[in-house]
Design a protein around this ligand. Sequence first.
Ligand code: AP5
Ligand code: MG
Ligand code: ZN
Length: 216
Amino acid sequence: MRVAFLGPPGAGKGTQARELAREWGVPHVATGDLLREALAAATPLGLEAKRYMDQGALVPDEVIIGATAERLREADAARGFILDGFPRTVAQAEALARLLAEQGQKLDAVIFFEVFEPELLRRLTGRRVCRGCGATFHVTFAPPRSAGVCDRCGGELYQREDDSEATVLNRLQVFARQTAPLLDHYRRQRLLTTVRGEGSIESVRGEVREATGALQ
Ligand code: AP5
Ligand code: MG
Ligand code: ZN
């Protein structure tokens, strides 16, 4: 099961990937999380990435390709993975295909989460993330039992710096300009399945299960 989740910021990639990775027994490889962890640990990768992430811009291809390749070479990714937020440019898609080919593998499917801008804005401006375990909540759509506290681990919930309205608008433009061309790229390769990402979290999960059913 080698699947990539593709979609604009706030589409629900992380929310779905976290649960489905557990269900499918494969690692959830989220490049945004990887960069935020690197930043929290003040590694050179994290410090370099911060300049771009703060503006909602993409980290340069060579930087993110190197970091993702390293992650995919770890033992737990040998049986499969869910990629969340990678690839995000055609150059990244080509690098991923080369990397997998070297290991005699290929991507099985790309799931595109289709969600429109008003809903993306509602989701991103209300998102809260756990500092402890990374679980994602929403003040209205997926509220924690107790405000500001993670249901899973009791950790503190915070708002991502790039979830301010100005940065969100920039991220949406970056998606349209740099990532949307991947839809055609994967459509041509017959790897793309579009899932309607605007239903409830559970119903979207059902659609993803259906779209990937044959692969499990
Ligand atoms: P990244 O962390 O990947 O951010 P993103 O792609 O902008 O996506 P998000 O994490 O914002 O959205 P999501 O789809 O995961 O939504 P979520 O499930 O949380 O990247 C951050 C930055 O890192 C980038 O800007 C870039 O700088 C850099 N970067 C990362 N990868 C890179 C790459 N490959 N190349 C270059 N740079 C890279 O859901 C959002 C909210 O909605 C939550 O509150 C959730 O509870 C709620 N929600 C989810 N589903 C539903 C639903 N069905 N109904 C109602 N609410 C819902
Ligand atoms: Mg995410
Ligand atoms: Zn937590």
